[in-house]
Design a protein around this ligand. Sequence first.
Ligand code: 3HC
Ligand code: NAI
Length: 694
Amino acid sequence: MAVDYTTRDGVAVITLNNPPVNGLGLSTRAGIVEGIERAQNDPAITAIVLTGAGKAFSGGADITEFNTPKATREPTLATVIKAVEGSAKPVVAAIHSVAMGGGLELALGAHYRIAARGAQIALPEVKLGILPGAGGTQRLPRAIGLEAALNMIVSGATVLSDTLAGSGLFDELVEGDLAEAACAFARKVGAKEGPHPKVRERQITHPNAAGFIQFARNSVAAAAKPFPAPHKCIDAIEAGVLNGFDKGLAFERECFVALVQTPKSRALRHAFFGERAASKIPDVPADTPVRDIEQVAVIGAGTMGGGIAMNFVNAGFPVTLLETRQEALDRGLATIRKNYEASVSKGKLEPEALEARMALITPTLSYDDLKNADLIVEAVFEELGVKEQVFSRLDEVAKAGAILASNTSTLDLDKIAAFTKRPQDVVGMHFFSPANVMKLLEVVRGRQTAKDVLATVMKLAKKIKKTAVVSGVCDGFIGNRMIEQYIRQALFMLEEGALPAQVDKAIEKFGFAMGPFRMSDLAGNDIGWAIRRRRYQEHPGMHYSRIADRLCETGRFGQKTGGGWYDYKAGERTAYPSKVVDEMIVAYSKEIGVARRKIGDEEIVERLVLALVNEGAKILEEGIASKASDIDMVYLTGYGFPIYRGGPMLHADTLGLYNVERAIRRYAAQPNGDAWQLAPGIARLAAEGRGFNG
Ligand code: 3HC
Ligand code: NAI
């Protein structure tokens, strides 16, 4: 049973008991209604307390039920709230830990609310591409006022119960035993004559509601661009202000039903569950013991090492930072300080915190200082010989059980592990640049990486606020292996008739944060060049456009050299289309005998995105990623794929794999078609009428 019913001296206590967060699924909803009715029929009961067991009052509607028959089966949440609000005996919501979404809406239906201090209160529906669908847009403004409510609803932000003290939401804020206090409060109000107060009967008072709503509309217009939900939140609130509670409620419902079916909402829900699913590894049980991590060391204080050290320091870990030379160490520390200073000047960090964070870093030139480290992350030059030096030295000095991680982006982790006599302790922790900012962490699982090492690193990733995705060992892991095929298509399209600005514009319009050419200019075109030169040797038969090599031969490495695919003005990051480069591209097509043609934006987007999808399907097939949503999380958090499309694999499902297969076969028959080797998994799933996500 998802709801418990007990009595305490004349008070019925209805406790939601649906772990982990008391989601309001069908059986929980039915249990609440049953409890309310039981209490009505028991003459010994004078009042009802509604509360939640475990770690939440309620995290809201059960999102897994959305768009399934269970979501609309009675009692719906609206019916439950009606039963609560209509109870002749007063209902007191006793809120602790978390009251979000439908959970808060349920509490708003109660006659009274008391809350523990520190409880997290939110209507976060907008983050799932929907709006509160059980009266939140109507009752919250009546409880805490139009402005505060609109801000909470449109942003989905979490507010602590303490902050809302005196707002009209809570009748009492409780320090000690919530259940005890709630029952005492219930007894008190149970002794009063009814009817008991209803939030729906309160008035929304505001000196200039129309003006404020217009102001909110203007503010949201810029921020919410591709998302309809924030606008609908405002519309629903306005409907309540103009037409009263019942009409507002009906309009809110209409908007909810429409939004929950949109691909954008599906994508946001996919990302919500994808993030949580990423931390689960199929053959590593949730109860796998983890190693204690207290002391961290980072080797190499360059671009990546500095950022990696900052992640751990920000989470309170003391970090020993090792370099080969004092100048490199000094330079690395100065960069870290500069980054923190920038945060201070933006008001994101207290000045005292800066020194406290710097004090957590112990710089050193000696491996002896690493002997107490529980985790050592290597971020030295990307050369196998250098990695060998470092890992064989670590094997000598690191304590037994220490986790030895490499940040390598292209080298074979199994080879690195073999430089030690403890390959089970070696794992990849592939951070993305800038490492202190980017959310993504690819955790690379070597052939012999121990399960408890993986479990430890996944747990640690949460502490340093990263989205960790496990990847098997292969060239480029998940993210870079896929992006190589995407860039390959982008370059072929230059040969065939497109120009960099057109390609970038088309894919940015699709929603990518940055097109392939602006991205390459930012990362440095020399990086891709070095990888391609390696490929030419390793896979001489593989067909690449040589156009990017031509660019690199002229020294145009990107922003850092003042020019790449685009021109850059000193001190600016704006990309200006380059006449020289565009002419070079046209001349190159001529040289290789290609008659340039007009390539439509639709083709650009399709080829780029399907290149990701096709490689992603191969990655799944080979078991490099254990589920499609892991690939999507890599692309959403590390590569600027538009969140409202849910990542390449969900996007492929939205297109339909039948259509994906046909498009790939069509491109395979065109010039440069040898780059399209259809992933067998796509054909198989398409034939079965399925998608990557079921
Ligand atoms: N429905 C279904 N499952 C949910 C859920 C929900 N509303 N909220 C959380 N879960 C699940 C998670 O998927 C996760 O499952 P797992 O253990 O199988 O991975 C588990 O509960 C624990 O979640 P977290 O790992 O996120 O736990 P935390 O303790 O870190 O956070 C939380 C708890 C703050 C409640 C967070 O889970 C959260 O923000 N949840 C979403 C809240 C939300 O968006 N509510 C609105 C729902 S829509 C709604 O109510 C519509 C209504 O207006 C009609
Ligand atoms: P970098 O050149 O900026 O920094 C490397 C640092 O390591 C230098 O400060 C150097 O002095 C130091 N170093 C070299 N050999 C050393 C040794 N034996 N012992 C201690 N320190 C040593 O390089 P970057 O960009 O930080 O890359 C480091 C690693 O991170 C590489 O493996 C790279 O592939 C990987 N990586 C880089 C990304 C990037 O965008 N730059 C992204 C993800 C991974």
